[in-house]
Design a protein. Structure first.
Lengths: 677, 171
């Protein structure tokens, strides 16, 4: 095992911090008065600056410093948070990401431009605010202490200790103590009880805790502010001992009156501070519970559990066939345990869709600016959990769909007002679990899909014959065809017809389905139904010749017997008539060249791949089978007919059919036969 | 050509004078694989034919809950297929293909022993007088009156030629 590259660790951390900053900014954009978010953003910027400098990302540190300064002023109430500021810092945040990723690149011009925007955002609002620059300086502790000597003095007993590795991490307790001294009359006692004997003393470790008695007129929040950057790791206890006697209540009221001229400074912090300890505690508790594990280790564990489940099913077969009661009892125990283990394992791989949805807030924010449409994004069911690998692959299709909704679905504000709708368009992004699937819905209240235009476009591009009778659903599915776009004008966002087919392909690969509902003038709704996990599917176990195969149940529509007449008609690919429509079928026995005689009563499994229905002729339908999917090795990547393999209860391997590819292969073979014949 | 082969065989030894190998029989020839890539030796297992796959890797087996391909080196060397006997075994090896590590089984007629081969007894494969593709062989090692073949698995497994495959008696 080698140590992780510190730079790589910094990058991972920075990416996380940047995400937090972004989330904070977007929250702030919704509620500009939210002091918690201002603090969160400020803390994030500060962390980034500090660790950036520590790891040699000077450009990043310098740039971030300016943003931090700007936010510091907001935090102190000198300038209000404005949408311009949020947008400017959002832009700056993207730049920081670039600085993290390519620290050596030429970023100076971009930095300058962004800082200019930032300055404008801060100054612009600064001019409007009532707080004159002179007053704003009064926040420095010394100034406040002298200016407000009258307010009531409170004696605080503060006890704090930093984690042992605090100094190694760049925290120095001395400045913290100095800051406390600045707050008021101070008596500091170091608690040295935890210092080990000399032979065990590690010089860079910190073993000292401090007891501080502080007599100050400052609010409790000011003390907490001293520790703002180390709050998460440290232990801090602040007790109000007593109200120092000499200051009378009457004076206090006078004092509060005196305080009036600088209200922005003094009033704002307390509520925010008062509110923040709770989340901080929660965060601390959460941090202690979470363990970071590389995804591949989870996959490895999943494999082991899969093996265990298979071994267990063999054990129970053995136990079942032997009369040994004790063996049976043990086998049943193992069965229960391995079942539970598998369920727990599945849960481990599940992550809430919050991660996925989070990025859409930014996307919609940007799109709203780009398109000039007011867009409100509503998210529901963010706690719904989905397999991690599914989440990763869902990101791109969802981006396409959300972009599409913003760009094509929603009307301009004028059009909306004219149609009697609220000015701001609404996009609902929701997730919910339904049986073994998670349903992700993107719903907008825009103009809806224009069926006539879809039809006209499909006809003109030859996707469907003229005047073909199609159900609404079939018609809507056409928008997922490659190269299909009804937008007459191509915008920066969409309209190139690339994207929707990518969506379709990705969802197909995830074995999901897409459902489209649209009401003209009311908006449209696109639902993606995705299996909860990629690791396990429900399948139909069939036999072809001597081999057993699994057909994903999601692709199966119905099963029926192949009548003798249908069977006799022709070799190769033929048709059966199913409720007045012709369904072509493929004989898997021929396709797989099993060289065996067909069973007397062959079955047809009718599968659907999107719009097309194809029957697969098999010898026997064995039944429903829960399948742990194993991927095929590299050596079999040229075999597209199978999407994977699974291990049956008796230890044999069964291959999982990839219906889409199978149909394509069948068509090729038919073409081949035609050419040969 | 000869130069190239000498270079390949030099890589096998990579400066070492001895190689620890597992020896086994395929179609009457003795082969050897470096012992450290061998994961396990198995009795014959039920195989699942993969329709449409190349005959060289025409089936898959269940190796401890993993689905791994079963390769038939015979086909790469154009040898006759032999009937499975009581001595037939599957050797599971770890291979690095395109920078990705994978497990695969190899069908053998009989597994002998783990032994040490000496570099001094090694010879590059002759460029004439051999019916096998020379790039499929790393080197030959003389032992007593017979030769042990060290196959170049990288070359065999990455060779996407269907020539050897079409000769197969399978399918």
């Amino acid at each position: 095992m080698s140590f992780p590259d510190p730079i790589a660790v910094f990058r991972t951390e920075a990416a996380e911090v940047l995400e937090q900053i972004e989330a904070g900014l977007l929250d702030l954009n919704v509620n500009l008065g939210d002091k918690d978010q201002v603090d969160a953003v400020f803390r994030g910027l500060h962390t980034l600056k500090g660790s950036g400098a520590m790891f040699g990302f000077e450009a990043l540190a310098a740039f971030t410093h300016h943003c931090e300064t700007a936010f510091d002023r907001v935090r102190k109430g000198e300038v209000p948070a404005t949408r311009e500021l949020v947008t400017a810092v959002l832009g700056a945040k993207d730049h920081m990401r670039a600085l993290v990723e390519t620290p050596t690149g030429d970023h100076e011009a971009a930095s300058e431009a962004l800082l200019a925007t930032l300055r404008r955002a801060v100054e612009g609002s600064g001019d409007g605010s009532s707080a004159p620059p002179a007053a704003t300086t009064s926040h420095t502790p010394a100034a406040v202490a002298s200016a407000a000597s009258a307010p009531k003095q409170i004696l605080y007993k503060i006890r704090f200790s930093l984690p042992q590795n605090a100094m190694a991490n760049g925290t120095n307790p001395l400045p913290l103590l100095d800051e406390l001294v600045d707050l008021g009359e101070c008596r500091i006692v170091a608690d040295r009880s935890a210092i080990p004997s000399l032979d065990q003393l590690f010089p860079t470790d910190l073993h000292i805790a401090w007891d501080v008695e502080l007599l100050t007129s400052q609010p409790r929040a000011a003390i907490e502010d001293v520790f703002i950057f180390v709050m998460d790791e440290m232990q801090l206890q602040i007790d109000e001992i007593e109200i120092a006697a000499p200051v009378a209540a009457a004076v206090a009221t006078v004092a509060s009156a005196v305080q009036q001229p600088v209200p922005v400074v003094q009033q704002a912090p307390p509520p925010a501070r008062a509110a923040s300890p709770a989340p901080t505690d929660a965060k601390q508790a959460k941090a202690a519970e979470n363990v970071r594990v590389p995804a591949e280790k989870l996959d490895e564990l999943m494999d082991r559990v899969g093996e265990l489940v298979i071994a267990q099913s063999r054990l129970s077969q053995l136990a079942g066939s032997s009369g040994d009661l004790q063996l049976r009892a043990v086998s049943e125990d193992v069965e229960r345990l391995s079942g539970e283990l598998r369920d727990t394992m599945m849960v481990l791989r599940m992550v809430p869709v919050t991660q996925l949805f989070g990025r859409f807030r930014r996307l919609v924010h940007d799109l709203s600016i780009e398109t000039g449409k007011a867009i409100e994004l509503v998210m529901e069911g963010e706690t719904t959990e989905v397999d991690k690998s599914v989440i990763e692959r869902l990101a791109d299709p969802l981006v396409h769909l959300v972009r599409n909704s913003c760009d094509h679905g929603l009307e301009t504000p004028e059009e909306r007002l004219a149609a009697g709708k609220p000015e701001a368009g609404r996009i609902l992004l929701s997730a919910r679990q339904q049986a073994g699937e998670v349903i992700i819905t993107i719903k907008d209240d825009g103009r809806g899909i224009n069926k006539e235009r879809v039809r006209a476009k499909a006809e003109s591009s030859g996707l469907i014959p003229a005047n073909a009778s199609l159900s609404d659903q079939e018609l809507y599915q056409l928008i997922f065809q490659p190269g299909f776009s009804t937008a007459s004008q191509v915008t920066n966002l969409s309209g190139r017809g690339v994207g929707m087919d990518v969506v379709k392909r990705t969802i197909d690969a995830l074995r999901g389905t897409i459902n489209v509902v649209s009401q003209p003038g009311q908006g449209s709704e696109i639902s993606l139904a995705i299996p909860l996990t990629l690791a396990i599917i429900d399948g139909l176990l069939v036999r072809v010749g001597t081999g057993r195969y699994v057909i994903p149940l999601s692709a199966v529509e119905e099963c029926l017997e192949l009548s003798v007449e249908d069977d006799m008609r022709s070799r190769g690919r033929s048709f059966i008539s199913l409720r007045d429509s012709l369904v072509p079928f493929i004989r898997l026995r021929d396709l797989f060249r099993t060289g065996t005689k067909p069973d007397p009563f062959q079955k047809v499994v009718v599968t659907s791949t999107g719009s097309e229905r194809v029957g697969l002729v098999v010898d026997q339908i064995i039944g429903d089978h829960q399948t742990v999917i194993k991927s095929m090795s590299k050596l079999h990547h040229d075999v597209a007919t199978f999407s994977g393999a699974t291990i049956l209860g008796d230890g044999d391997v069964a291959l999982i059919l990839d219906v889409g590819h199978l149909v394509a292969e069948g068509q090729q073979q038919e073409a081949h036969l035609r050419a040969a014949g | 050509m000869n130069e190239a082969i000498r270079k390949i065989s030099a890589e096998v030894w990579s400066g070492r004078d001895e190689l620890e190998v597992l020896t086994f029989d395929i179609a009457g020839e003795m082969f050897a694989l470096e012992a450290f890539i061998v994961q396990e030796i198995l009795d014959l297992l039920p195989e699942t034919t993969v329709p449409g796959a190349k005959a060289f890797v025409g089936s898959v087996i269940n190796f401890r809950g993993k689905v791994i391909p079963l390769a038939d080196i015979r086909l790469a060397f154009g040898m006759e297929a032999t009937k499975p006997t009581i001595d037939s075994r599957i050797i599971v090896i770890q291979l690095e293909i395109d920078g990705e590590s994978m497990l695969t089984g190899i069908r053998t007629d009989k597994v002998h022993e783990v032994t040490t081969l000496l570099r001094s007894a090694g010879e590059p494969p002759p460029s004439v007088g051999m019916r096998w593709r020379p790039d499929f062989i790393d080197c030959l090692v003389r032992r007593g009156s017979e030769f042990i073949i060290l196959p170049n698995l990288q070359a065999i497994f990455t060779a996407q030629h269907d020539h050897a495959v079409s000769k197969s008696s399978h399918g």
